[in-house]
Unconditional design. Sequence first.
Length: 392
Amino acid sequence: MLLLCFLFLSWIFYLFMEARQNEKALSSFRAVIHVNGIRGKTSTCRAIDAALRTKYRVFTKTTGTDAAYIDVSGLEHPVRRFGPANIHEQLHTIRRAQREGAEILILECMAVNPELQKTSQEQIVRSGISVITNVRFDHVFEMGETKEEIAAALSAVIPERGLLFTADPQGETYFGEACRIKGTELVLLSPGPEEAGTAEENALIARAVSGRLGVTEEEFLKSRKKVREDFGIRKLYPVKTGTGKNCLFLNLFSANDPESTRSNLEAVKRELETSRGIREELAQVPLVFLYNHRTDRPDRALLFARHFFPAYPEVPVFLSGSGSSLPRRLFNSSGSGPVKMLSKRATVQLDLPDIPAGALIVGLGNIKGPAYRLIERLETEESNQERGTKNE
């Protein structure tokens, strides 16, 4: 019994000292920025990081496709984990940033569960500046099936008497009252119709946040060239399929939610139509979808079936990843074109039978698994080609 009491008291003492140490570390920063939202968190963190480095010593940690931190010297390092991701990891990040003498700390929210988001903000990060990039349909099993429920979950990062930035068009409806209760200023940003859901939306947030911290417009524009993009960002690749057909591949695996995926797809189609000199009303870009499934993200398949594929009827869909029988049933009933299963090897090699030459193949859903290996292959081939061109 005495041993149990000793262990309990020791644990309480440890938690107390850890909280004191974290409070001391947080007080050493000029500003702590906590970035949350459904889409674009990592890109927004990186854009803010680049802008603020024009004036301050900045330390940034992201949890995108590959978790990483950017130290005060600007070097990027992978986050090494010996188990599942845990919000306790943020404590070590805060101390590392303090040891490096950072003036600004930027942290991407790690939590999905609403209670863990609340714990992360109120007990660990305690930011004075928070960002909620947008509210879209994703993680519905954890956050709720309506946008109002999802917004309420994301609201856990709203600081007390601080600043909240959002580019969501319903930002006042979702966050206005919560900000007024907490004495926090709500900064509403309004992306244009062609910016919404794309990287330009993230840049708009970064411009506003860095501007509040003294970065001029000229400094911000110069910083855009130094943004360190996350692996797996939206990118267009010229490819040759496994059957030898020349096509284009659009990587939207990391867009994840239907709304962001559709916004980015339509933006790329407009760019292609403009570059080819095709009038929009006459343009017919042959589409093919490659959906990569994760068994731990069945909600995404459900959301794509409800909110994405009905907008693209009869477009053929290829499925990769484990547990693909579920999305196959969902997509077949959503009005999509024929749905075909692919092996991991066929996915990586883009061995897609019966697709037309010149098609735009669009990667959807999730980047983990064979989709990740596909993008690795395309990046390697692009790098090799660039080196070969320079050596000629």
